[in-house]
Design a protein around this ligand. Sequence first.
Ligand code: MLT
Length: 262
Amino acid sequence: MESIINSLFVKISGNPESQPVVFVHGFPYDHQMWQFQIEELEKQFYCITYDIRGLGNSYVGDGQYTMEAFVWDLFSVIDRLELHEPVLCGLSMGGYISLRAVEKNENRFKALILCDTRSEADNNAGKLKRAYAINKINTMGLNAFVDDFVPGCFWNDSIENKSELFNSVLTRSKSNNPLGVKGSLIAMLSRTDTTEALKKFNLPTLVLVGEHDSLTPPAVMKKMAKLIYKSQFAVVPGAGHMSPLENPDFVNEKIKNFIENL
Ligand code: MLT
């Protein structure tokens, strides 16, 4: 079922009586990034995913977003659907949203799944990279930025051998509204650092990272996992930063096992 909640495009599937799982996608993509997880996990869980404000089919508005507003959006979806203690699963930018949401109120969640993300805020080099990205969109257009950025999200091997998948991510990313993409970049560059909060997290947490993720490499995520008291860490073989798309079987198995044993 598709729905609009708080001007966000939301996709809901599975049995509402079973454990809810909310999936938050990465940048500059949309809810489709979880297609292989939902296909499998909806058989067992109540699966909810949505397009982050400014991306996919969600409302773009004035393009002025903050990470905090993205968290309010997440809470608005959970509230409207009356989800009781969902498992929260976020990748990269979706991970930034999830980390801040748990820092704000972990009692709302049953567990956390972090894929290919980091707790640190952008450093100076990272902030400048965002500035150049915005400039590229302004001067050369969104396609030029996406052509530059998206290949870095995949393992080279996936680009070659899963070219249909890679091209569909490229095409969908290019179909975003440039204002929404720039707004997301500003929200990311101005986000807070959640590293200190990790030490206080008391939620069971599954940390997954693609073996060849060059944006949030395994070493970074392992360090993050070590700061979380109840964490499990796993490296996804044969995958880059888009691990749930690049190796869905492995990721699905890990997620299923993790939730079944909560
Ligand atoms: C993402 O996949 O969401 C982005 O790589 C996050 C980022 O640019 O920091």
